[in-house]
Design a protein around this ligand. Sequence first.
Ligand code: HEM
Length: 181
Amino acid sequence: MDAPPSPTAPITNIHGRKPGRGIRPWLLIPKVLCFATLLGGLIAALGIAMSARPDDPASAQQAARTIAVIVHWTIIPGGAGAFLFGLLLLLQHPAVFLRLRWLQLKLVLLPALILLHLYTRHLNKSLPDHPATPGNLTSLRGMLLAAVLLTALIIFLGRHKPRLTQNWAKDFPTPASSRRP
Ligand code: HEM
């Protein structure tokens, strides 16, 4: 058996990694703020939709106007920022990230979130112009709840990075690890 390395021995970089932590922490900080803003905005919009009274058109219309402000100032900037900083993170190591299943699943779910956003915006826009019916208020609540759950799932995938049956070390061995006995 080899003797343990001496604590004072110089450390050799056998993996060929660049020194330092790079730009990743600086991209992750705004990314965290952006997805927190996105999820927070969606939850606030859902809370307002839940507080509107279906039997009172004026209350539903007021809720729709407030939700439109939240969409404009928090949901869209938060979502666009999470997207932009995600893209910048991906560009650090595109070949590595693009073969990870958690990221592939995340990228498949994102168009669903965008479609949900467009449909919810359409529903919300129609509320102040037309008499609010219990039906369209219920649809708006349902869509906002679906958007909250989908965003939470995307955040879980990004933060937890589940393997989803992938074995990174076995499937993608590095030259350095394959040299070891
Ligand atoms: C609504 C949109 C998005 C949400 C809510 C979201 C959420 C997240 C979360 C929670 C993380 C974990 C951050 C951490 O480790 O603290 C993450 C990481 C990441 N995201 Fe996203 N993301 C979104 C869009 C995107 C897009 C569009 C891309 C790529 C084109 C992307 C690429 C990445 C990458 C590569 C990481 C890993 C960063 C790393 O660990 O080095 N994301 N995302």
